[in-house]
Design a protein around this ligand. Structure first.
Ligand code: ATP
Ligand code: MG
Length: 162
């Protein structure tokens, strides 16, 4: 489970990590765009998108396929819900919190080209005010200084638990 504010680099990390763990990236931004032509980011819409994400993860997990869940997971409750709905305990899911210095996020979001995510820096600020810190055991990755070697080490760590 990848979590973190917009622009911190979750999707980029997910795409790089996926081939190393033979995994599938499930992204709320992609699911949202598949389900809604013009997303409104309202409560019911968000709920449906997260439920579809969890449902897909559930089926893939049963099929023995590693999944990377790529979403902001702003609230403690949203992270907890994934575990509850998947019927997994804390040891069966890795939580990876992506972080990045704010000035770099700002530069990244300004130069971001067409993407499944609609978030800009104003969305980043809004979400920052709502973000609940990850209290449970997790790995923190600063994407502004995360090397290829560290990525391979992370992949080995994740695979070790399977
Ligand atoms: N490690 C990195 N080095 C350089 N640029 C990066 C890095 N990670 C991400 N970026 C760039 O920053 C922008 C935002 O990254 P990305 O889309 O991965 O963030 P995100 O956390 O998935 O954001 P969102 O929550 O809006 O989906 C993209 O244009 C991406 O190419
Ligand atoms: Mg993303």
């Amino acid at each position: 489970m990848l979590c973190g504010l917009p622009g911190v680099g979750k999707t980029t990390l997910a795409r790089q990590l996926a081939p190393l763990i033979n995994g599938v990236v499930l992204s709320t931004d992609k699911i949202r765009k598949e389900l809604f032509h013009k997303p409104k980011y309202r409560h019911q819409e968000k709920k449906l998108v997260y439920n579809v994400l969890i449902l897909l993860a559930k089926y893939l997990y049963i099929a023995g396929i590693n999944c990377i869940l790529d979403a902001t997971f702003l609230k403690q409750k949203s992270r907890q819900q994934v575990r509850n709905k998947l019927g997994k305990n804390t040891k069966q899911i890795y939580i990876i919190e992506c972080v990045c210095p704010e000035d770099i996020v700002m530069a990244r979001l300004k130069s971001r080209k067409l993407d499944y995510s609609d978030a800009d820096f104003s969305v980043y600020r809004k979400m920052k005010a709502m973000y609940e810190p990850v209290n449970e055991k997790h790995i923190t990755i600063d994407t502004s200084r995360f090397s290829g070697v560290q990525m391979k080490e992370l992949a080995l760590k994740l695979l070790d638990r399977n």
